[in-house]
Design a protein around this ligand. Structure first.
Ligand code: UD1
Length: 338
């Protein structure tokens, strides 16, 4: 089965390309490389033993999508292509709505027109905001978004829900990702943030590598055991494999219209300080860090209830956080060597 992976050169997208290929699917990449490097395709070639078919285009043009759907005999789409920087989304709301919502609508209309039945959509645990109870399950109410980025994910989910409710023949699964970290153990692909990383683990590995002088821990006065925020860090390859499980689940369904949502996390809450300590222990590198003020918009704690994805998708995370941190570090060392 040929699967179009939009944003397939990105961090999660590239690891999902590997997971799809290992599971016997044929991934076809569509990426405009606006936030990824051409070298990712070389890394994929190194892992897969062949160069995946790649289209350097975006998802805004229905003619492009029609052509790829037809030429590549596409039967399913995994839609990663989106902007994801929370801070930037507040400065550039129209770019975010256009890319994350506008292109999704183009994709859905073209899939319907071309009779492509299966879609997996990248959503985020950001839709839960500051939850009232933990872990968050798929029944946990969605809170008003505190960023444009978060709002694009909520609106995206609503569009998918309404599309399927109208009886349009599309089978759609939205995956709410928790915090993906790590890299492929070969270090051929990994996370490549442009500029100063926003996310914790790339900032840690760049600091450990000497590219940044010090990590700031954003607040140690939260109501958690050690005062730092708690998240659910998942190895990116586990997350990638969740897409394969979700796709298999969709394909097997005996219905023409379907929409559902799944949390994709480990179910384990880990604090910023616990993660830093684990990083130092598994890599043997000591990290220069200091405690700073809270970052605005951060929630105290969020981690996944994973029962639904285990029961309905037959998937659960198997890799440890230590393994993810080792893989992230191996990747950083490799990137630094060039
Ligand atoms: C962030 C986004 C979220 C997005 C996700 C994608 C915000 C507020 N949220 O999630 O919408 O879906 O990335 O991966 O940006 N931390 C530090 N120092 C740092 C960086 C982070 O202490 O230099 C802390 C943060 O305060 C947080 C934890 O590390 O407690 C994780 O931060 P991060 O990796 O940015 O992820 P989220 O904020 O959970």
């Amino acid at each position: 089965m040929n699967v179009l992976v939009t944003g397939g050169a990105g961090f999660i997208g590239s690891h999902t390309v590997v997971a799809l290929a290992e599971a016997g699917f044929t991934p076809i990449i569509l990426d405009d490389f606006s936030n990824s490097e051409a070298g990712v395709i070389d890394g994929l070639e190194q892992i897969l033993g062949y160069r995946p078919t790649t289209y350097t285009e975006n998802c805004h043009n229905p003619e492009t999508l029609r052509r790829i759907f037809r030429d590549e005999n596409i039967q399913g789409v995994i839609h990663f292509a989106a902007f994801k920087a929370v801070g930037e989304s507040m400065q550039k709301p129209l770019e975010y709505y256009d890319n994350n919502v506008g292109a999704l609508i183009v994709l859905l209309k073209t899939m319907q027109e071309c009779h492509i039945p299966n879609l997996i959509f990248s959503s985020s645990c950001t839709v839960y905001g500051e939850p009232d109870a933990l872990p968050v399950t798929e029944q946990t109410p969605v809170k008003p978004a505190f960023s444009v980025y978060g709002n694009t994910k909520q609106i995206g989910e609503e569009i998918l829900h309404d599309t399927v409710s109208a009886g349009i023949p599309l089978k759609i699964t939205a995956l709410r990702y928790f915090n993906p970290i790590g890299a492929h153990p070969s270090a051929a692909i990994g996370e490549l943030p442009r500029g100063v990383p926003n996310n914790l683990v790339p900032f840690i590995t760049q600091t450990a590598a000497g590219l940044r002088s010090s990590l700031t821990v954003f607040g140690d006065d939260y109501p958690t055991p050690d005062g730092t925020c708690i998240r659910d860090y998942i190895h990116v390859l586990d997350l990638a494999e969740a897409h394969v499980a979700a796709l298999r689940h969709l394909v097997q369904l005996n219905t023409s219209s379907f929409y559902d949502i799944f949390n994709i996390g480990t179910g384990q809450g880990v604090s910023v300080m616990e993660l830093i300590n684990s990083f130092e222990r598994v890599t043997g590198v000591s990290l220069n860090y200091s405690i700073g003020p809270r970052r605005s918009g951060d929630v105290t704690a969020v981690y996944a209830g994973v029962e639904k994805s285990e029961q309905m998708l037959g998937w659960k995370a198997t890799r440890s956080m230590d393994q993810a941190l080792e893989d992230a570090w191996r990747w950083q060392v490799r990137v630094d060597k060039g």
